[in-house]
Design a protein around this ligand. Structure first.
Ligand SMILES: NC(=O)c1ccc[n+]([C@@H]2O[C@H](COP(=O)([O-])OP(=O)(O)OC[C@H]3O[C@@H](n4cnc5c(N)ncnc54)[C@H](O)[C@@H]3O)[C@@H](O)[C@H]2O)c1
Length: 301
């Protein structure tokens, strides 16, 4: 038997605020493989997440195959748009969802991890977050501010995490980001600079793999996931159309399940993938490989 064994390892998954997205599925898969898992949660979503956990609303999803529940070692407030508290506008620092959360920046996360567990203390860091305030706007109608906000929150945030958490990584550490086909092909409706942000994220995955590999011996990879109706994706508005389209046209005519992304993530972050870095792995039932719709013959007659 060749197991994915992460026992004794610690993971930080940034971008978990409910049980409906890839971050949660990845956290669960890492725990199933034996890792302890801490998460970083966006302050505006943090109280709801804490309430859901406290009331047992996530217990069914937290059930592990070997018995017991997925337990988060820590839940850190994290707004990955900000590197240090000095960068945060005072109006946001005073906001009721932020003001009692301490240092919720990437620096704050790194400091909290070091205080809680010492250094080095991490083996796996997953970046499973994205935000584009103008995502519903075509690129032709996207403002400079909206575009830069999308790239800052969704792409630079990976660089920031690797910069600050790299020094906390133990030998053989692995970073993983989540990307989407819109980085490399046109997906109408995925606007507001989000396609640009994902393209930057994929390029940065390669560059960071080189730099973090040479500096800390850490690996950096990304998963390009098929469409999935998470909370974030549902907010964009056309996710069910994308899911149906992929289901009808992918080599494997099925919709992606979050657990499949979780399993691929666990593999990529495990010692079994020690030779893999700087790569974007498609976990999308093969949809990215298609050059035409599956029924092109019917379309062209
Ligand atoms: N759902 C899809 O169809 C799909 C496909 C490919 C890739 N992805 C990517 O997967 C990742 C996870 O998304 P998901 O679809 O599972 O949705 P999700 O809603 O589960 O995750 C997005 C998370 O990002 C968090 N977030 C937003 N802004 C943040 C900030 N500034 N700082 C910290 N956290 C912030 C949200 O609170 C949320 O928890 C994203 O990178 C997304 O682009 C999603």
């Amino acid at each position: 038997m060749l197991p994915i064994d992460l026992s004794g390892k610690r993971a930080l998954v940034a971008g978990v605020a409910d049980d409906g997205g890839f971050g949660f599925a990845i956290a669960k898969a890492l725990a199933e493989a034996g890792a302890s898992v801490a998460v970083g949660t966006w302050p505006p979503a943090l109280s709801i997440f804490e309430t859901l956990l406290r009331r047992g609303k996530l217990d069914e999803s937290r059930a592990l195959s070997g018995g017991g529940l997925l337990d988060f070692e820590r839940i850190y407030p994290l707004d990955a748009e900000y590197d240090r508290l000095d960068d945060v506008p005072s109006s946001l620092r005073e906001h009721k969802r932020y003001r009692d959360r301490g240092d919720f920046t990437v620096d704050g996360l790194a400091n909290a991890l070091e205080t809680d567990f010492g250094a080095p203390c991490l083996d796996v860091v997953v970046h499973s977050l994205a935000n584009g305030p103008e995502v519903k706007n075509p690129l032709l109608e996207t403002s400079r501010a909206g575009y830069l906000a999308a790239v800052g929150a969704s792409a630079y945030s990976l660089t920031s995490l690797v910069q600050r958490l790299g020094p906390l990584m133990r030998p053989g550490g692995a970073f993983l980001a989540l990307t989407y086909l819109a980085a490399e092909r046109v997906v109408p409706g995925y606007g507001g600079g989000m396609s640009s942000a994902k393209a930057a994220l994929e390029s940065d995955t390669r560059q960071l793999a080189f730099e973090a590999g040479r500096k800390w011996g850490a690996r950096v990879n990304a998963i390009s996931a098929g469409p999935y109706a998470s909370r974030a994706a549902s907010a964009i508005g056309f996710i069910s159309t994308m899911i149906t389209y992929c289901e009808q046209n992918a080599p494997l005519p099925e919709r992606i399940a979050a657990v499949e992304v979780g399993h691929a993530a666990a593999f990529l972050c495990s010692p079994l993938a020690s030779g893999i870095t700087g790569t974007v792995l498609h976990v999308d039932k093969g949809f990215h490989a298609m050059g035409t719709p599956a029924d092109v013959a019917a379309i062209v007659g």
